[in-house]
Design a protein. Sequence first.
Lengths: 249, 233, 213
Amino acid sequence: MKNLDTKTSINWLKYASPKTFYPLAGKLIPWCVIGAVGLIVYGLYIGLFVAPTDFQQGEGYRIIFVHVPAAWFSMFLYLLMAMYAGLGLVLNARLSYMMATAIAPTGAMFTLVALVTGSLWGKPMWGAWWVWDARLTSELILLFLYIGYFSLQAAIDDKNRADKASAVLALVGAINVPIIYFSVKWWNTLHQGASVSLMKAPAMATVMLKGMLVMAIGFWLYSIAVILIRVRCEILERDSKAAMFNLGL
Amino acid sequence: MPKTKLTQELGTFSVLYRILARDIKVALRRQSDVTAVFFFFIIAASLFPLGSGADPKLLSAMAPSVLWVTALLSCMLSLSRMYSSDYADGTLEQIMLSNQPTVLIVLMKILAHWVLSGLPLVFVAPLIGLQFNLSSAELQILAVSLLMGTLALSLIGSIGAALTLGIRGTGVLIAILVLPLYIPVLVFGAGAVNAASIGMSPNGALSLLGAVLAMALVFAPLASAAALKIALE
Amino acid sequence: MGFLASNHVLIADNLVGVRGERLLFEKLNFELSNGTVLYLQGANGTGKTTLLRTICGLSKPYAGVVNWCGEDINSLAEEYFKHVLYIGHLPGIKEDLTALENLKFSLALSGKAISANQATEVLNMLGLAKGLNLPTRMLSQGQKRRVALARLWLQELPLWVLDEPFTALDVNATSLLKQKIEAFANEGGIIVMTTHQEVTLNVPKFEQLRLDA
């Protein structure tokens, strides 16, 4: 295979080249999986058994041990995706685009988890599966942003263009996320939305915070593992195509 | 062959003005495109009372959201045309190769789109608002919020139009990309009218709308220019 | 023509062209100075258009650099566009506008205002006298092509990038264009072009590049 990559790949970051990245990622994945399983099990244990019952909301509130970290990660992963997308545009590095592409499904999954757990919690609390609470509404819009990203990528056949165009969209979305979040909060106060919000419900006891943090780190390791697996698949796929057309990756 | 220099140099402003003027001239020769958006707005807004019943109180409560959402959809309908015809006949690549910064050229294309599809709505929306039983104070705020808001919609929409250039099934795709990004404009625009209708000051919402517009003015031409370059590669 | 008096150099440095996942050309090097015509050859799909678009700055090369008078065109951006005239395989004219309007607009894009008389003169010379005030959608394919090419007679830019300029032209227009290209090169202009027609050009420096070799 001819190596054409001397100018476009970034040599100053050793692991930025897919060839070095591939085996390294392979070594990291098992550790992340083990850590993720351990921490999520431990976090669930804290959430379900150690944390005290809430006197106002009973046992139902325990869903926040999943809901809150999922909501954190839905936003965090969007920003991370946008960061890799921006890096890809600036450095013209394919690995960055692959990372952005690989992060998107996990981010969307956490968004969906946050939405589902939010409405599960909402049924006993508000008496309805869906209330236009500021937080849930923002999550819903975030899901729309992820859907836009997937749709654009799916619609463009040329991989190179799909990478770049969806990177621009991710960046635009990332600039919009705080504005959308603020506008939804503002809208919520103007229209007097749900009075009980998922976040401010119980006073945050130390044990609850601990549970959520453990879950969050577990989710983080899970995300890393899944993202690395996806990037490895993507490298293999592009590599075989590139080999077919006699192109260096 | 001209041996002497007969031509005259044009400054940045004149070149940009010609780009804007050309878009408007072309649109006016194809009036159906412009009037279709206009009539869509009127027809779609008139459907709501038919769906909800003609209770004046209900109508005036619904009016800000109905008129704003309809205006938003009307602006969106014409987005796919913003760059596609220039892309198809090759004038887009000629414009991109002009001696002016791409960002400014894109801004002219956006302004042309706004003049042709956003601005007419600013004038017709208060008339439709009358049918929805809005007071004159509310109608004024509606017009002001649409004046700022439709420009923001054209700016943000331009990104979607540029990203989807040359892709099949563009219309629906643009909607999916652009609608979530339109939400702050809708919230503050309709919010201003809502505030006016419950007797609150609309100034807060209007200045937030102005802030969104200012952000869009800075970022949207940059993002659109980047997207157009990607599309033309 | 004063704008051709100074020295211009266009250098392709290790250009690599890729379309989708397919390699079109690699390690392409050439240097063009005043009065050179570079004639690109190759079957369909060998990357002629991609190379032309790379040279005029519409596409970024997959790897390598295009240099104009010592500077990377990528960093020159619209400064570079002040020197390039590109006529692609798309006509680049608006069908709703007249030939006159189209010509004036394309000159305005490079910062030139011309009088209606000057524009009319060139369009008449190209045999478009009858269609001056018709929307160009009423014109034939060859006539549209001539409207697009009319810029060559008015726009004073030192580098021409022409993608199949002879397509759809009749004998008359072909010979006018050939004369124009020769005159331009003889006065010091640089041309990069493709064509499927057999054209012999009488120019100072004539170079050929086969992309499918």
